[in-house]
Ligand binder design. Structure first.
Ligand SMILES: *Cc1c(COP(=O)(O)O)cnc(C)c1O
Length: 235
C-alpha cells in the first residue's frame, strides 16, 4: 500500500499554520512506506511495538525521530532507550523509574510524556488527575525529562464528548505545567520544573478537534498510510 501524498500535504499545511508537530504513525507499515514519507521531508515517526521499532530503526535513516506511542512494558525499555526520541505513553511511576534506570545506564536523559486517562473506555492506560498531582517522587529521577502529557479521547462519533475530553486534557496540561511542585534539590528542580511543552493529542479521526482544543502534537496513521490490519490491537 502506498503513502497518500495528497493527504499528507494537506495535513502538513493545516498543522504548520498552527505550529503543531506531526508524528506519522507507521506501525505495521513497511520500510518502503516510511522511506517514501521521509523523502517528502517527514522526520517524526511513531511506533507501538518495541521489536518492530527496533527493526525499523536499524535500517532507516539515522536522523528520524522515533516516538514510542504504544503501551510500553518495563522489561522492554532497554531495547529502545539508546535511540528513542520521545516516549508518549508513560502510564505508571514504575515504568518511569525503569526508563530512568535504563537512561542512567547509558548516560542519556530520555524525554517522556505522561499518559492521562480521559476516555470512558476501561482499557485505557494512564494517570488520572489526582495521580498526576501525586507524582512527587519525580525529583529523584535524573535521567527522564517529563516534557508534557499525552491522551487519547474516546472512540466515539459524539464530537462534543471527544471535544470535552480534549478540553479537559488541555486544562490538566496547563495546571500541571510545572509539576512536580516540591523538590529537595535546586539543581534537579531546574531540569524537572522546566515547563511542559508538548501536549500529544489527536489521531486520524479527531486531530482537527484536538488542534482546536490546544494540541501541540498529533499522531496520525491511517489518513497517511492507509488502513491497518484491523485485527491488530491499538494498545
Ligand atoms: C495507532 C495509534 C495512533 C494513530 O491512529 P490513526 O487512527 O491511524 O491515526 C495514534 N495514537 C496511538 C496511541 C496509536 O496507538
Amino acid at each position: 500500500m502506498a503513502v497518500n501524498t495528497e493527504a499528507y500535504k494537506e495535513i502538513i499545511t493545516a498543522l504548520d499554520a498552527k505550529k503543531v508537530t506531526l508524528v506519522a504513525v507507521s506501525k505495521t507499515k513497511p520500510i518502503e512506506d516510511i522511506q517514501a514519507l521521509y523523502d517528502l521531508g517527514q522526520r517524526d515517526f511513531g511506533e507501538n511495538y518495541v521489536q518492530e521499532l527496533a527493526d525499523k530503526e536499524a535500517v532507516l535513516p539515522k536522523d528520524i525521530r522515533w516516538h514510542f506511542i504504544g503501551h510500553l512494558q518495563s522489561n522492554k525499555v532497554k531495547f529502545i532507550a539508546p535511540f528513542v526520541h520521545l516516549i508518549h505513553g508513560v502510564d505508571s511511576l514504575s515504568l518511569l523509574k525503569e526508563i530512568n534506570k535504563q537512561g542512567s545506564k547509558i548516560n542519556r536523559v530520555i524525554d517522556c510524556l505522561l499518559q492521562v486517562h480521559v476516555a470512558k473506555e476501561e482499557t485505557k492506560f494512564g494517570f488520572d488527575e489526582r495521580e498526576l498531582k501525586e507524582l512527587r517522587e519525580l525529583h529523584e529521577l535524573k535521567n527522564v525529562k517529563i516534557t508534557g502529557l499525552m491522551g487519547m479521547a474516546s472512540f466515539s462519533d459524539d464530537k462534543s464528548l471527544v471535544r470535552s475530553e480534549f478540553t479537559y486534557l488541555k486544562s490538566l496540561f496547563d495546571s500541571n505545567a510545572h509539576l512536580p511542585i516540591s523538590s529537595e534539590s535546586t539543581a534537579q528542580t531546574e531540569v524537572l520544573n522546566s515547563p511542559f511543552s508538548i501536549l500529544s493529542m489527536g489521531m486520524s479521526g479527531d486531530y482537527t478537534l484536538a488542534m482546536e482544543e490546544g494540541s501541540t502534537m498529533v499522531r496520525i496513521g491511517s489518513l497517511i498510510f492507509g488502513e491497518r490490519n484491523l485485527n491488530l490491537k491499538i494498545e
